[in-house]
Design a protein around this ligand. Structure first.
Ligand code: ATP
Ligand code: MG
Ligand code: MG
Length: 556
């Protein structure tokens, strides 16, 4: 017996394959508009469309849905291709642009005019809205609705030829002004826009609207399953009407699934563009952004994003996804991928009084904990001067604090047990600036031959060998789960988290990292997962991004 399909869309695909609806072909497409960068919501659609093609021996097209001259740009086309590839998908030679279909779409429109199924309307768009009526009240026909085929053909050709200014006329489908589905009340197919298109230049001054361009583009490419998000549910009837009235068969069909909404972020490209343009973030690839470019720079792996998309599944009801599920997938992936190293984020100097001034030891430190079945280690230098975290020392520790305190012992990971014998303070501020400690030479590697109990283990670096680093700690970009749902008089931007980025200067990291490939992801022991920033990090001036914290709050 066969495995159950994963979701309702795959069930439909399997049924079509069984019936031979498209002669055994499966063709999907991912149709981004090149007006911004891809985000994690797009990843859901990419994983679904390319995933289905892979699983059923089909192909998935990458089609730029570029029918809107005002906002589109080649730089977005390039960024989108980079991001789809990075996510792990390949469209082969199936790269398409809806703007290459303008001529064909024009011919299709002429075909509908000839059939008496489309007309040129001189009403303004505002009047058209008024005439359209409401859900409870039928619309009224435009006074231009019954123009002759000849007049419509002539006017449409002159629209294309540039005889009329923007907004003077539109082409509309002639369907039903009393249709219960508002989308069917003579929808607009073309607008006049004397605007330069990033690919077609000034060749066109009429541009097709989404509903007219999309289904016909699917048909031109031989797409079989056209998968989109639920907001387009009401557009499906129109999608079908156009294809049926053009007599295209067999024809693609549209299926809708729930879009991804993720807590503590926004996902509309328009809003993300505002964050970029108004400088709330450093760019589309700011590591706090939900864009694929931002997540890549943050250090998230494509595997983690694909796992996340699998985990959330594909359904027909809209919902919000808890961001901790994404963080869980990222951690799970990094746990097996990221070698452990030591980095001190807020250094406190430690001098080991009984360790010889000119001695340096190389201690072997495993890259992996016991529960990650991988091998490998690096030497970590140990000497008289070290750094530990400020937080790992308390002058007056509360009960339950097992790290360093005056007169107490702590274990240095991979090294020795040390004891704090003196605290040096800044005479003016009273701040602790240095600790004097002794080490127990019998405890190399952290064991205690005399059997005494030392509960705390802390990370550290050699002050003489450690490399200075800047570390960027990221938090959620917004303070509320749903910034789109702004209170009266506010916008999503009023909920930006002012502490979404904290920059730590003067951090110290063990010297082994100097030899690693620049895209190495690490676990800084006890701190989280990190990667060198691909834009700002330099060999002599390291900059690390925190990918995610260690703690996992996702309830399994
Ligand atoms: P935005 O609202 O962010 O501008 P869009 O839908 O206008 O998104 P497109 O570039 O047209 O952006 O999207 C390309 C494809 O990605 C579409 O098929 C769309 O359905 C899908 N998509 C966009 N956002 C999401 C999301 N949050 N979840 C799932 N799929 C999405
Ligand atoms: Mg869109
Ligand atoms: Mg949009």
């Amino acid at each position: 017996s066969r495995a159950e399909p994963l979701d309702f869309i795959r069930a439909i695909v399997e049924e079509d394959l069984r019936r031979g609806t498209y002669g055994g072909r499966v063709v999907t497409r991912f149709p981004p508009e090149p007006n911004g960068y891809l985000h994690i919501g797009h990843a859901k659609s990419i994983c679904l469309n390319f995933g289905i093609a892979q699983e059923y021996g089909g192909v998935c097209h990458l089609r730029f849905d570029d029918t809107n001259p005002e906002t589109e740009d080649m730089k977005y086309v390039e960024a989108i291709q980079r991001d789809v590839r990075w996510l792990g998908f390949d469209w082969g030679d199936k790269l398409f642009f809806a703007s290459d279909y303008f001529e064909q779409l024009y011919d299709f429109a002429v075909q509908l005019i000839r059939a008496g199924k489309a007309y040129v309307d001189d009403l303004s768009e505002e009047e058209i809205r008024e005439y359209r009526g409401t859900v409870n009240e039928p619309g009224r026909p435009s006074p231009y609705r019954d123009r002759s085929v000849e007049e419509n053909l002539d006017l449409f050709a002159r629209m294309r030829a540039g005889e009329f200014p923007d907004g003077a006329r539109v082409l509309r489908a002639k369907i039903d002004m009393a249709h219960p589905n508002m989308k069917m009340r003579d929808p607009i197919m073309y607008r006049i826009r004397h605007a330069r298109h990033y690919r077609r230049g000034n060749e066109w001054c009429i541009y097709p609207l989404y509903d007219w361009a999309h289904g016909q583009s699917d048909a031109i490419e031989g797409v079989t399953h056209s998968i989109c998000t639920l907001e387009f549910e009401n557009n499906r009837e129109l999608y079908d009407w156009f294809l049926d009235n053009l007599g295209i068969s067999p024809r693609p069909r549209q299926y809708e699934f729930a879009r991804l909404n993720l807590d503590y972020t926004v996902m509309s490209k328009r809003k993300l563009l505002q964050l970029v343009e108004e400088g709330h973030v450093a760019g589309w690839d700011d590591p706090r952004m939900p864009t694929l470019a931002g997540m890549r720079r943050r250090g998230v792996t494509p595997e983690a994003i694909r796992t996340f998309c699998d985990r959330i599944g594909v359904a027909r009801t809209n919902s919000r996804v808890d961001i901790s599920l994404l963080e869980h997938c990222i951690r799970d992936d990094l746990n097996y991928r990221a070698p452990r190293v030591m980095c001190v984020l807020r250094p406190l100097k430690v001098v080991i009084l009984n360790y010889p001034e000119d001695q340096v030891e190389e201690l072997e430190a495993s890259y992996w904990p016991h529960d990650v079945p991988k091998e490998g280690s690096r030497p970590v230098p140990f000497c008289r001067e070290l750094y530990i975290e400020q937080d790992d020392f308390m002058e007056d520790p509360p009960k339950g604090f097992y790290r360093l305190a005056p007169g107490r012992e702590v274990r240095l990971r991979y090294a020795y047990i040390i004891k704090c014998v003196d605290v040096v303070k800044d005479p003016e501020t009273g701040q602790v600036v240095e600790l004097h400690c002794t080490y127990d030479p019998d405890t190399r590697g952290g064991s205690t031959p005399d059997g005494r109990r030392v509960r705390g283990t802390i990370h550290w670096v050699s002050a003489r060998h450690a490399l200075p680093a800047e570390v960027r700690l990221y938090d959620r970009l917004f303070t509320v789960p749903n910034p789109d749902d702004a209170e009266e008089g506010k916008t999503f931007k009023d909920y930006l988290n002012p502490n979404s980025l904290r920059v730590l200067h003067g951090c110290r990291i063990e010297p082994s990292v100097a030899n690693d490939p620049p895209d190495t992801r690490y676990q800084f022991e006890r701190q989280g997962y990190f990667i060198a920033d691909s834009v700002d990090s330099r060999p002599g001036a390291l900059v690390f991004n925190r990918i995610v914290e260690l703690r996992d709050t996702w309830a399994r």
